[in-house]
Design a protein. Sequence first.
Length: 355
Amino acid sequence: MNSFDPFIPLSGNYFKQTGPTHWLEVEAGALTGQLQSSEPPECRTVLGIVGAYDDTTPTHYSGPAYFDLDSPDIAEVCEQFRGLLGKLQALSVDLEACRLFASGSKGFHIEIPQALFMARVPAEGVVNLPAIYKEVAHGLFVDTLDLRVYSCRKGRMWRVPNRRRENGNFKVPLTVPEALGVTAETYAALVSAPRPFPPLAAPELCSGLALMYCTAKDKVTASAAKRAKRNPSKTAELLQVRCKAVGAALPPSLLALGAGLIKPRESAGFNQICIQLCTAAHALGLAEDALLTLCAGLIQNHAGDGARYGTAAKRQAALREMFRYTDGNPCYEFSVGGVRSIFPESASLNDMRGL
């Protein structure tokens, strides 16, 4: 075991943090050397960018599938972390080939090498890779799994292990037995000091995870192609102008639905309702907490959908999860037809006409 980060990127350029808001591009090989030195950067991006970064053209990414679990309740996040590891084991994922971390604050990180779910890791990278990983994460979802970390552009900040955090703790690597047995009590001891990295098993293709990845990739690729043909930004622009003209955060029909003043169509499930509310919120730049406030009536009074959405707390959590899942997701966009599908057929929806 060694105390330096053995991270070896396959290809691409990364960004490392040089200050609170400053990022410096660094070539993969140079980053590896810095991570294995006595003075590594505090943070780096989790994925590499293959080729020059240009925010006007599709970006190709390379790097592991990654998961971030986070909660103020350490006992809860420990339980959900163990649950996610159990789901990966059920797919026959070899956890000994994965990098497992306690973040040192209030959660965990997981990195799964691409060779576990790709027969050939493309040297040219993969377009929309963060969105594909987001789909995979949604399919494996457990409470406390953060779906906001799958950002594109330069990528997601990823804390470097074994550096002291502001709270005095450390993000540290875990062995598989430590991860499977972690509790709130053992967590505090684990993150109290730097720890050596356990050796990793050679990654072998996992058919169950490979199927999840391929399904997610097909969905994201098809949605991105359809989106490019439809130019959905025009609809979003018209929606923004219309709502701004009346000083509304959402179209009046959705405001009434969220307030519980209009009942949704009987056949519309709560998940379907959440999708339409969230895609409208994203089109209008509405924040997560603001949307939940506007939907207090729906959250409190919605009936149906069985035990999954059987309490106000469960409905609130589901809406919050959907907001994060649809944020920046090319598979989901605001749609007038989608909005109409959650309202009774008798509803006039005058505010949707002409969009």
